[in-house]
Design a protein around this ligand. Structure first.
Ligand SMILES: Nc1ncnc2c1ncn2[C@@H]1O[C@H](COP(=O)(O)OP(=O)(O)OP(=O)(O)O)[C@@H](O)[C@H]1O
Ligand SMILES: [Mg+2]
Length: 228
């Protein structure tokens, strides 16, 4: 059986005085795709920010590959192999796709050619767009670039915050295919998704989150009717 790559135990997160995430426990196994499903304001982004270390964990524990990372700064978590694609894309709009990709590649000091080939294997469209500025990409292409930048560091886990949000149906299909190629490469994914239908198609395990708490978790074929 695959071992846990990420484990959260009773994690609590505050934003100012507001107690947003409450005693949240979750496991992601190696190569597994886990979807975090909840309505707007449920706490998905807050939880992802706590896992990457942008927000502090008040109490509880976060383990990555068996190591306690609860209080590690974000850059150290990234070095350990946690990749992140934010919901607001955060690409550099005046830089080309190539220049956007070079930043994490140089930072990680990895071989440029093999890193790019690795990215194109999942996002073939980016090869054709290398010289285009971020500003002139479609929304879906910008989202692809955001995930591709996370891939440059060869993470074993990628956190994706609503990667499909706002995409046209045809772009969603291409994106789902790309995410599935990552899974075939044994990259674990934790995907925040407000659309249950997409989550059911993508995930091995679904966690429902409501007001910062897990309300149900299990495989897609066992999702209880009342949660839908
Ligand atoms: N900076 C902040 N200060 C105080 N409260 C915040 C802050 N940011 C978010 N919140 C609150 O935390 C709760 C969870 O927000 P969060 O962004 O994590 O939800 P979400 O599940 O990602 O929602 P969405 O689907 O809209 O992205 C919400 O009630 C929100 O109003
Ligand atoms: Mg969010």
């Amino acid at each position: 059986m695959a071992s846990n790559i990420l484990r959260l135990e009773d994690v609590n997160v505050f934003r100012g005085p507001a107690h947003i995430i409450r005693d949240f426990s979750l496991e992601v196994k190696e190569g597994e795709t886990v979807a975090l499903v909840g309505r707007n304001g449920a706490g998905k982004t807050t939880l992802i920010n706590a896992i990457i270390g942008i927000l502090p964990t008040a109490n509880g524990k976060i383990e990555f590959k068996g190591q306690n990372i609860t209080h590690l700064p974000p850059h150290k978590r990234a070095k350990l192999g946690i990749g992140y694609a934010p919901d607001d894309r955060k690409i550099f709009t005046d830089l080309t796709v190539y220049e956007n990709l070079l930043i994490p590649i140089r930072y990680a000091k990895v071989d440029e050619k093999s890193a790019l080939e690795n990215i194109f294997a999942s996002f073939p469209k980016l090869r054709e767009l290398l010289s285009r500025k971020g500003l002139h990409l479609s929304g879906g292409e910008q989202k692809m670039l955001a995930v591709a930048r996370a891939l440059a560091l060869s993470p074993s886990l990628i956190l994706l915050d609503e990667p499909l949000e706002g995409l046209a149906p045809i772009a969603v299909e291409a994106f789902i295919t790309s995410l599935k190629t990552l899974k075939m490469k044994n990259v674990a994914l934790l995907i925040a998704e407000s659309n249950l239908y997409y989550a059911l198609r993508l995930a091995d395990i679904i966690y429902f989150i409501d007001r910062g708490e897990v309300t149900w978790h299990g495989p897609p074929n066992e999702v209880p009717y009342r949660s839908v």
